[in-house]
Design a protein around this ligand. Structure first.
Ligand SMILES: [Zn+2]
Length: 171
């Protein structure tokens, strides 16, 4: 694995070679990560109907057929199997209360910008995630500070979006 992280002094995380982030999806196949949707509350395991579509958020089922399209080769409760109908319901105030912040962060990002290939980097008992969407110039870096946060790094321009880098990450 080329992308390595080590614990530096004072618990600082050092991503050793950020320049190689743009190659990470190919180089880190074995670290591919699939985020599973946790179980939803019992009460939302029912059929909702809207504009000719029927869906059950708890069972992750919808009649819209979006997941039958090419590219949906995911399994289990992979969040990338969520269509827009399921996503909207899951992000509604009542349902989102039952979900953890990482799940919500990933689903919200996906809803706005499309599915990502995720890479999991283990770091001394903790981990962070790299997210690759269609725009390969930008890599999302999901890091747990107090809560999970998303940072974005431009691999061509070698800079963080809004000059905001994960705490303790040294370039
Ligand atoms: Zn749907």
């Amino acid at each position: 694995m080329i992308l390595k992280s080590v614990k530096g002094e004072k618990g600082i995380t050092v991503i050793e070679d950020l320049r190689k982030l743009d190659k990470a999806p190919e180089l880190n196949k074995e670290n591919e990560y699939c985020h599973q949707l946790p179980a939803l509350p019992e009460w939302c395991s029912r059929e909702y109907a809207s504009a000719g579509i029927r869906y059950n958020p708890a069972l992750m089922k919808c009649t819209c057929g979006e997941r039958e399209e090419p590219g949906y080769e995911y399994s289990g409760r992979d969040i990338r199997l969520l269509c827009k109908h399921l996503t909207r319901k899951i992000l509604s105030p009542a349902v989102r209360k039952s979900l953890d912040d990482l799940t919500l962060l990933l689903i919200e990002r996906q809803f706005k910008h499309g599915r990502e290939k995720l890479i999991k980097i283990e770091n001394e008992g903790a981990f962070y995630l790299l997210g690759y969407g269609k725009n390969t110039e930008w890599v999302n870096v999901y890091v747990q500070e107090k809560a999970w946060r998303r940072f974005a790094y431009n691999t061509k321009e070698k800079r963080w979006a809004y000059n905001s880098a994960p705490k303790g990450v040294i370039l």
